[in-house]
Write a protein that binds this ligand. Structure first.
Ligand code: MN
Length: 499
């Protein structure tokens, strides 16, 4: 409902973890302040301006964020566009919220002069720096951008294109890297509409037709599977039919001669079960009932996607010989696919009640969440080390952040994520700088490999280290991939007077 008028109650209703009275009051006070401040202002679409911060807040609520982020979301355009200053916001709401608002305001100051490439890099750099300080700033920016995309029709053609392009090149990849699948897909589909209107129409039509054709089939499979699973004593939390998002379908169509019959995951079913073990049991039951398509079984539970996505996928021959993709996952995995990194703040904003829901272990922060935010910590470190050299900083980030990632394991089974083409030295430095500095040789799946070996997904890597001395070598700089490894090696050589 992109153009629907909403109220603060709609925002409050959509907050995933119920707020206590104090927090609800905070959100309402922010709404009153923003409402007054923006009074008389209109959006290009003709709506009252306050609709925009309200929608931004609603988007934040939907991905699971709590009172403080939502409050900042409501206030995000206040210092920039009204009489009320940041200082007044700080006096009323405290430093944390004021800093969030300020971060979003600063992200808005986009340099407009220069080449396309320069503007792009400048934008990207700003997003990264904001992220390194507080990811919530970027989440607010994404929620803000989503509503701007939903109301893009109100802008003139040339602006629409520029904003859509920026969304596709910067905002959607960042949402993806943060694991917020829902926002990523919506941003892409909206940008698609403005960047390639003809293809957008074509794909929308195709998708609708196909789904209409398969609706009956999907419902049949869902009810059959539900029965089977019940018989086997597996509780089904949820099942639903799904279709692919438009932009990702279009990308796939282009790779397959625009032939819709070659797309196996166009329509599918998602099954949500309580426990991890149930996922594999369910897979067995699905395959007993329907023949699976060879080579289409993917276990993203054992080997998660780079952004943390976990699920089992399989493609089956459904009724009438049509393919259907079946996705199987737990509630926790499903929520993480939807919320991504936002799950981390649900945890900090409402520790006790939400912990059991999102995290398997009680009392400690789950290692997965630790992992999810590791790269943000890394971002902060690189920023400190390389911050002065813009070009180097950007190049490093572009490789580490957007390049396809692979997962490797330590001998103890910890997952380490790395950009593609990383070497055992990159792996060593990612585990710990001491291990990198002391690395002598490496074993992959038990066999000795050269240090410039290109690590592949799922490999177990063991680094043999020297107890006596550190020995990074200038040679390593020729093949390491990650900027963290590069900067550690250079730091060591500088210290030793080697450069
Ligand atoms: Mn805004």
């Amino acid at each position: 409902m992109p153009h629907s008028l909403i109220t603060i109650d709609d925002v409050l209703k959509n907050i995933r973890v119920p707020l206590d009275a104090k927090k609800e009051a905070l959100v309402r006070v922010a709404y009153e302040m923003a409402g007054k401040a923006h009074r008389g202002q209109k959006r290009k679409s003709g709506e009252e301006y306050i609709q925009h911060p309200l929608h931004t807040a609603l988007n934040l609520a939907k991905i699971g964020l709590g009172a403080r982020t939502i409050t900042a979301g409501i206030l995000h355009d206040v210092p920039e566009d009204t009489e009320i200053t940041l200082k007044q916001i700080e006096e009323k709401f405290g430093k944390e919220i004021a800093e969030l608002v300020d971060g979003v305001t600063k992200l808005g100051h986009i340099r407009l002069r220069g080449t396309k490439e320069e503007i792009y890099l400048e934008n990207l750099r700003k997003m990264f720096l904001a992220m390194a300080q507080d990811v919530r700033v970027v989440l607010i920016k994404l929620a803000d951008r989503l509503h701007n995309m939903e109301t893009l029709d109100a802008l003139p053609e040339n602006k629409r294109r520029r904003i859509a392009l920026e969304t596709m090149e910067i905002f959607a990849p960042i949402a993806n890297r943060l694991g917020i699948g829902e926002i990523k897909a919506r941003l892409e589909d909206l940008a698609f509409k403005y960047l390639e209107p003809k293809n957008y129409e074509l794909v929308t039509k195709l998708c609708k037709e196909q789904y209409e054709q398969r609706k009956k089939q999907i419902n049949k499979v869902v009810s059959e599977l539900k029965q089977e699973l019940q018989k086997e004593g597996i509780t089904v939390i949820d099942t639903f039919g799904r279709t692919k998002h438009l932009w990702s379908l279009f990308q796939k169509l282009k790779r397959h001669d625009m032939d819709i019959n070659k797309i196996y995951d166009l329509a599918g079913i998602r099954i949500i079960v309580p426990q991890l073990a149930n996922c594999y049991e369910t897979l067995g039951i699905v395959h007993k009932k329907y023949r699976p398509l060879v080579g289409r079984i993917k276990d993203y539970i054992s080997l998660p996607k780079p952004n943390g996505y976990q699920s089992i996928h399989t493609t089956i021959f459904g009724p009438e010989g049509k393919f259907l993709e079946v996705q199987i996952r737990t509630k926790k995995m499903d929520d993480e696919a939807e919320f991504g990194i936002a799950a981390h703040w649900i945890y900090t904003e409402k520790k006790s009640r939400i912990r059991d829901f999102f995290f398997r272990r009680k009392g400690t922060q789950s290692p997965e969440v630790e992992k999810e935010i590791t790269w943000i910590k890394q971002l902060r470190e690189w920023q400190n080390e390389l911050g002065k050299n813009d070009r180097e900083f950007m190049e490093g980030l572009k490789i580490d952040f957007f390049k396809n990632h692979i997962f490797a394991f330590t001998p103890l089974g910890d997952i380490i994520d790395l950009p593609e083409e990383s070497t055992p030295i990159d792996f060593a430095y990612r585990v710990h700088s001491e291990i990198g500095d002391r690395a002598l040789s490496a074993k992959v799946n038990g066999r000795i490999v050269p240090l410039d070996y290109k690590v592949k997904n799922g490999e177990v890597i063991e680094i043999v280290t020297s107890k006596e001395h550190k020995n990074p070598s200038r040679d390593w700089l020729r093949f390491v991939k990650t900027s963290a490894a590069k900067s550690h090696i250079k730091k060591f050589m500088k210290r030793e007077g080697m450069i």
